[in-house]
Design a protein around this ligand. Structure first.
Ligand SMILES: Cc1cc2nc3c(=O)[nH]c(=O)nc-3n(C[C@H](O)[C@H](O)[C@H](O)COP(=O)(O)OP(=O)(O)OC[C@H]3O[C@@H](n4cnc5c(N)ncnc54)[C@H](O)[C@@H]3O)c2cc1C
Length: 444
């Protein structure tokens, strides 16, 4: 297909440098990313995706896939290549009788949450509504419902996929089962997902957030109590901690019966008060949809960003002390979110997503605006995260940066990685889909 052939074939829009809307379309969440695709194809349907994949192959162009644009290091934006922009394919259709949602490959989490809650239903989605269903789900998908219903990827019944050869496949437990296995955690390595079919769960939408803040100096004993209570917490609770300049906030997010949530929060408050008095206490009842958008502003676009991530299979006393040892300026804000529950009900070999014995996931996140601060802020984040490395049991693939093969080995168990390479060999031996946390085919 020639260049003009691409323009004629595509039902959506093809943007090239200089076109109106080109700069907006290449802008993603992390303002550090300033790449210029040769073509941005804003796909209207799966035929547009097929045409884009074939055009990229024919013209030997790097291929990026964009859904929500939240990928931390902006793999979606193919410098000098072709970016498939799935955002026009953002529809969500809910069938309340079967409790299923059909979600197009460019949908944002907010669209899934809103459409599901209209029927008193929900499935696991992440914590910020402008994140894409595509990248989040393909890498796993952690959210406030995961301890009750599993990760987002655990709730996918089927995928519609455009492969590296431009073929359209329906992928489920019975159709292309190895690909189905790989798409649940293996990221955008195997094709372009044009539609996800999700299982939904009854969810009346009652949530509570609780946070008790302590100065760094007195947080250590309180954090041990918080950790201990997490071990026996019901699945409706996801314990979370935020370590920042203003101290340490220890708390939880509850989605479920409010009375049960209040009881657990009182228990946590008593445990904490037993060792130290918090300098701030916040308990808020909110709807599930309010919960799902509460971080939208603070996690907004236009900031320069740098993240480091770790998984911890336990939060020992030494690790707690290391987390609280915050020497230096410009340190990242650190969040810890509890795993367990339904996430750990699934064996590691059942999906590509690995490290299901994780107790807590850490994200150390820095944001700033001045490019002159890049080196300083990035090295401060690395210096904070490095001493935590020896405690870590791996890392979440969706928060990896440019960690290359070492990052991939942190994200996947050895056995799952071996199997992922075999699926890559079968479905993308030429590594067309390499702009991602890349599973390299055995020939590469
Ligand atoms: C503010 C913020 C909050 C976050 N919160 C959470 C959270 O609560 N839980 C959690 O688990 N993660 C969370 N993450 C991490 C998030 O899951 C990853 O950043 C993810 O890659 C974002 O997906 P996206 O579609 O928005 O990004 P994009 O940059 O559009 O896509 C990222 C990559 O995913 C692949 N991809 C995307 N869509 C498709 C598709 N349809 N078909 C094939 N490949 C595709 C491509 O390889 C692409 O490069 C968060 C990230 C941010 C920035």
């Amino acid at each position: 297909m020639t260049r003009s052939g691409l323009h004629e074939t595509i039902r959506g829009r093809v943007l090239e440098p200089g076109d109106a809307g080109y700069d907006t379309a290449r802008t993603v969440w992390n303002a550090m990313i300033d790449r210029r695709p040769r073509y941005i194809v804003q796909c209207a349907d799966d035929d547009d995706v097929v045409a884009s994949v074939r055009f990229a192959t024919d013209h030997d162009l790097d291929l990026g896939i964009r859904c929500g644009g939240h990928g931390i290091v902006g793999h979606a934006v193919a410098d000098g290549g072709l970016m498939i922009d799935l955002r026009p394919m953002g529809d969500v259709t809910v069938d309340p009788s079967t409790r299923r949602a059909r979600v197009q490959g460019g949908a944002l989490l907010g669209a899934l949450d809103v459409a599901s809650q209209q029927h008193g239903l929900a499935t696991t989605a992440g914590n910020v509504s402008h994140t894409g269903v595509g990248g989040l789900t393909l890498g796993g998908g952690m959210g406030w419902l995961a301890r009750q219903h599993g990760l987002a990827c655990d709730n996918v019944i089927s995928f519609e996929v455009v492969t590296a050869t431009g073929e359209k496949l329906r992928v489920s437990a019975d159709e292309h089962p190895e690909l189905y296995w790989a798409l649940r955690g293996g990221g955008g390595n195997f094709g372009v997902v044009t539609e996800f079919e999700f299982a939904l769960h009854p969810e009346p939408g009652h949530a509570i957030t609780a946070a008790f803040r302590f100065p760094l100096a007195t947080a250590s004993q309180a954090m041990r109590r918080w950790r201990d209570l997490n071990a026996s917490a019901p699945r409706q609770a996801t314990f979370e901690a935020i370590i920042g300049m203003e101290g340490v906030s220890l708390g939880l997010v509850w989605v479920g019966d409010p009375d049960d949530g209040d009881a657990l929060i009182s228990e946590l408050a008593d445990e904490l008060a037993d060792v130290a008095e918090p300098d701030l206490r916040s308990v808020k009842a909110l709807s599930y949809l309010e919960l799902q958008t509460r971080e939208d502003d603070i996690e907004g676009h236009a900031w320069r960003r740098y993240w480091k991530g770790h998984y911890f299979s336990e939060l020992g006393d030494d690790l707690i002390d290391a987390l609280l040892a915050r020497d230096g300026d410009d340190l990242p804000d650190v969040s810890l979110q509890a795993y367990g529950g339904a996430i750990a009900d699934v064996a590691d070999e059942e999906t590509a997503f690995s490290r299901r014995d994780t107790a807590f996931e850490l994200v150390a996140a820095s944001r700033w605006t001045d490019p002159d601060d890049d080196v300083r802020r990035i090295s401060a984040a690395r210096n904070y995260a490095a001493p935590l490395g020896p405690f870590a049991s791996g890392a979440y693939v969706n928060v990896l940066g440019d960690d290359g093969d070492a990052g991939i080995r942190r994200a996947f168990s050895e056995e799952n990685l071996r199997r992922l390479v075999a699926v890559k060999d079968a479905y993308d031996p030429g590594n067309l889909f390499h702009l991602n946390q890349n599973i390299r085919p055995s020939g590469a």
